[in-house]
Design a protein around this ligand. Structure first.
Ligand SMILES: [Ca+2]
Ligand SMILES: [Ca+2]
Length: 116
């Protein structure tokens, strides 16, 4: 099914100073979602796509001043996971997705990897 974007003035509110944007299907419903990195309120907004209408399905609190995000299936369970790097931290926060149930809030577990 093709997604159509019929309303060019559609707005979705995310956090302060959104600086990065990536796309992917994190809840495994075959519709490509968006993730926005909100630098100044230390959060990540997951915008779920429902037939071309995006709404924030989950907001993750992360270390201060997130500046980069990446996604891949790091634990090999076929759900796409998320890693966040913050300017004020020596931690990479990795969120594992549990989207097999097509939940709108797929990121329910995370751990941090310290680097020096
Ligand atoms: Ca999706
Ligand atoms: Ca995974």
């Amino acid at each position: 099914m093709a997604t159509s974007f019929s309303n060019s003035s559609m707005h979705t509110l995310v956090g302060d100073v959104p600086i990065k944007l990536i796309s992917g299907d994190w809840n495994s419903d075959n519709q490509i979602d968006l993730i926005v990195v909100n630098r100044d309120n230390s959060s990540i907004s997951i915008l779920q796509n429902s037939n071309g209408v995006f709404s924030v399905s989950q907001t993750l609190s992360v270390s201060e001043h997130p500046i980069q995000v990446a996604s891949a299936d790091w634990d090999g369970d076929n759900d796409t996971d998320l890693a966040v790097l913050s300017k004020e931290s020596t931690l990479v926060q990795i969120w594992f997705c549990a989207a097999g149930n097509k939940s709108s809030k797929c990121f329910d577990l995370y751990f941090s990897v310290k680097f020096s």
